[in-house]
Design a protein around this ligand. Structure first.
Ligand code: ATP
Ligand code: MG
Length: 222
């Protein structure tokens, strides 16, 4: 199993000090290369769940195991390096590094991990071409449109070729044509064995057959 959540719960402290439980006693198992689609209205916990799978936040109780490693039991620095090597996260809010150029953003995670491949610049340029960003490689994120920034965040994950891809509304800012290229790239990753967790309202992704659909509103898996 590539991703195992066991009795995971997570709450946030409300502004008035009250506890709001967003994820309640959730258990799910995903095989390598499978696709889990997350459903549920705004505020139902889709991003919270992805943040736990990536180890950016911890569950209050229960365990999260990715690629055989119980990520929820690791210290922060170990979680960070595990994420860098195994998990590609297309953030809903992009999380690009503003002092760096587009191409540097694409290869930054592997550069930080000290694992840049041979010809990494050319590989990064090829991926930028795949998502339609040729010619923009030396710009800063600040000088890009929102849709272009979203595609940089997708390119960064494609460059990683990670075991697990977390895609949080990866086409929310894109037109239909750009959305289709992102869809094609993510499908290709699945064909190459990546396990995918996808939250998207975009019907472009309906072609990516989900092995399971998790409704965060009810906590049910179908
Ligand atoms: N850091 C935080 N502190 C307090 N509450 C939070 C925090 N992050 C999220 N929440 C709350 O947790 C709930 C779930 O948020 P989350 O971002 O996971 O929802 P979502 O399903 O991704 O929504 P959307 O579709 O709008 O992206 C929301 O009610 C939100 O207000
Ligand atoms: Mg969200």
């Amino acid at each position: 199993m590539d991703i195992i959540l066991k009795n995971v719960s997570r709450s946030y402290q409300g502004y008035d000090g009250s506890k709001v439980e967003v994820i309640k006693d959730l258990s799910i198992e995903m095989k390598k290369g499978s696709v889990l689609r997350l459903k549920g209205p705004s505020g139902s916990g889709k991003t919270t769940l992805m943040n736990m799978i990536s180890g950016l936040i911890l569950p209050d109780s229960g365990s999260v195991t990715v690629n055989g490693v119980e990520i929820s039991g690791l210290h922060e620095s170990a979680r960070d390096s595990f994420r860098a090597g195994n998990i590609g996260y297309i953030f809903q809010t992009f999380n690009l590094l503003s002092p760096f150029s587009v191409i540097e953003n694409v290869y930054a995670p592997l550069a930080f991990a000290g694992k840049l491949p041979e010809n990494y610049r050319q590989k990064a340029l090829d991926i930028l071409n795949e998502v339609g960003l040729t010619g923009l490689e030396n710009r800063r994120p600040y000088h890009l449109s929102v849709g272009q920034r979203q595609r940089v965040s997708v390119a960064r994950v494609l460059f990683l070729k990670p075991a697990v891809i977390l895609a949080d509304e990866p086409t929310a800012s894109l037109d239909a044509v750009s959305a289709k290229t992102v869809y094609d790239s993510i499908s290709k990753c699945r064909d190459n064995g990546s396990t995918i967790v996808l939250a998207s309202h975009d019907t472009t992704f309906d072609g990516l057959t989900a092995d399971a659909v998790l409704d965060l509103e009810t906590g049910r898996v179908s």
